[in-house]
Design a protein around this ligand. Structure first.
Ligand SMILES: NC(=O)c1ccc[n+]([C@@H]2O[C@H](COP(=O)([O-])OP(=O)(O)OC[C@H]3O[C@@H](n4cnc5c(N)ncnc54)[C@H](OP(=O)(O)O)[C@@H]3O)[C@@H](O)[C@H]2O)c1
Length: 390
């Protein structure tokens, strides 16, 4: 077990103290049109606090994080050609896991593996790592990936939905499937992937889905009828696109976690990696990028930023923690902070009514029937609207 200073149980008590009671949020009568200014200020405060104190808060964690034995386990890591995902894939492979790099640039991934094998040579058996193509900007690609994976009938112990975009300052863009790009890459496509891979995850249970989320979800507000922000009611910004997609992912994950019965043996968790120096800032103006590099004291390097994801993907404690949240009908799925402790997501993430509407709308947008999860759990098949076109 990774040496995390205090157990998840302790964090859970803290979460309970801080958490909104379920009633307080489900009884809302007035439809919210956006975040209240207190929630908005809290969001910025949370981000500023993380930025300034993440290194101190996580100072008791070892780096790299020691991993439990994972020799017999298979992990799919999306977006593993860069940043957090690349570090997660390398560490899992070096710890003996079978790692599948699910990436859009297969050539880059193949080159990375070649380099890792050379560096690893002489330290043990060759790394058990492979590449499969996955472009989250195409729902067809997601279906093709899932079909190819399920057809292998191999085990899958953890799906790590890491790939993400934050196109800072860019105008609103849409995928060929017609969805706002942040919403598609950060939420819709990972949601489709998670559901389509359920047969493999069920077969290999206990298994887990880990979503690399962000504290930026505190600034998000999702209108389930306007997930792509096209109604004209709100003016789109890239920050809004990113924050909304991360909040939608937490809401969807919370409902998915509830829909998966304990017997299925699959748990869903979202993690915040902290503020990490990666290529996620590639779209920042060059002056800000330079400043970003000048403040390494505050910003995690990818190794530090990979710890909460690695912890969520491998630590045995997570199973009991998620199960206990399920049993208590807690309104949100497990959310782990950059210091590997449970944290409370935003107040809006606890809005159960909106979460269920986000769930339904998401299934509609990704072309799945509303009972897809139940059918797959019963061993049936589901037909997705996507995947036929090449
Ligand atoms: N860095 C931070 O401070 C921070 C903070 C909070 C949360 N996060 C989250 O952490 C996750 C990883 O981000 P990062 O910081 O490591 O960023 P990164 O270095 O930019 O890595 C993102 C990865 O996602 C992949 N990706 C992007 N679009 C894709 C698509 N359409 N299909 C498949 N893969 C795609 C990228 O592949 P290409 O190389 O081909 O583009 C890359 O491998 C993201 O979900 C991000 O939101 C990061």
């Amino acid at each position: 077990m990774a040496s995390v200073p205090s157990g998840l149980e302790k964090g859970k008590e803290k979460e309970r103290e801080n958490g909104k009671p379920l009633e307080g949020v489900t009884n809302q009568k007035v439809k919210k049109e956006g975040l209240g200014w207190i929630e908005w200020l809290m969001g910025w405060f949370t981000l500023a606090y993380e930025m300034l104190f993440q290194r101190i808060v996580a100072s008791n964690l070892e780096n790299p994080l020691p991993l439990p034995p994972i020799n017999d386990l298979t992990f799919i890591v999306t977006g593993s050609t860069s940043g957090i995902g690349k570090e997660v894939a390398r560490q899992l492979a070096e710890a003996g896991g079978h790692v599948v790099m699910a990436v859009r640039n297969t050539k880059a991934a193949t080159d990375i593996i070649k380099k890792w094998q050379e560096d690893w040579s002489g330290r043990g058996l060759p790394l058990n790592i492979e590449v499969m193509e996955l472009d989250l900007l195409s729902l067809d690609s997601v279906v093709r990936f899932a079909e190819a994976w399920n057809a292998r009938s191999g085990p899958l112990h953890a799906l790590i939905n890491n790939a993400g975009i934050f196109s800072i300052g860019e105008p609103q863009k849409f995928s060929k499937d017609g969805h706002e790009e942040h919403m598609q890459v950060n939420h819709l496509a990972p949601a489709l992937l998670s559901i389509l891979l359920l047969p493999s995850l069920i077969r290999s249970s206990p298994s887990r889905i880990v979503n690399v989320n962000s504290l930026m979800h505190f600034l998000g507000f999702v209108d389930p009828e306007d997930m792509n922000v096209t109604s004209g009611k709100r003016k789109f910004t890239s920050m809004m696109g990113y924050s909304n997609s991360k909040l939608a992912q937490i809401m969807f994950s919370s409902v998915l976690n509830k829909r998966l019965p304990t017997e299925a043996g699959i748990n869903v968790a979202c993690v915040s990696p902290g503020i990490v120096q990666t290529n996620v800032a590639r779209d920042l103006p060059s002056v800000i990028q330079a400043a970003y590099r000048l403040i390494p004291f505050f910003i995690f390097n990818p190794e530090e930023g990979s710890r909460s994801t690695l912890f969520a993907a491998t630590d045995p404690q997570l199973v009991d923690y998620c199960e206990s949240l399920k049993a208590e009908d807690w309104p949100v799925c497990a959310f782990l902070s950059h210091d590997c402790r449970p944290a409370n997501p935003s107040e809006e993430a606890h809005n159960v009514e909106t979460a269920y509407r986000v769930w339904e709308k998401t299934l509609e947008l990704i072309g799945l029937p509303s009972d897809a999860v139940e059918r797959l759990i019963e061993g049936g098949e589901v037909k997705c609207k996507y995947g036929d076109s090449q």
